[in-house]
Design a protein around this ligand. Sequence first.
Ligand code: THU
Length: 163
Amino acid sequence: MNLLQFEIKVKEYSDKSEMPENDRDLLDKAVDATATAYAPYSTFNVGAAVRLAGGKIFTGSNQENSAYPSGICAERVAIFAASSQQPGEAIEAIAIAAQTDSFELLNPVTPCGSCRQVMAEYQNLSGKPIRVIMKGMTKKIWVVDGVEDLLPLMFHADRLKNR
Ligand code: THU
């Protein structure tokens, strides 16, 4: 038996002023997008902003539904908007922010498994890393430089080919 161990790297910033300007702007847009969330069931408002390689930015927020599984996370709203309007263009970065009055959020919000898998799809498609910038309700920010740091051993459809 071999024990395989994988290392993930997460950068922690104590304030957004420590980040490069374009990522700071993207994060501001994600924070603004929390105001457009439709989250009457969870009262957890999430905003996301995606920057494409050409510089265009697409935003999204979580959209819930009384039939719970029909809702969708902010990250997928923003990513699918970007991919459907600029198909094939690499995603450079995604910023995520959250806002709730219902409880204390001490750490940055981290994407759910389905959103991680969706990010993996587009990262694998372009072959270029997607930086993921995460913020909660404090000034603390977490950044990973690629989806593999959020989803080790990720599923690649490519690996099913050429058998
Ligand atoms: N949610 C997001 O939009 N993104 C995340 O990263 C975490 C969870 C949404 C889904 C649901 O509308 C609400 O937050 C509570 O889970």
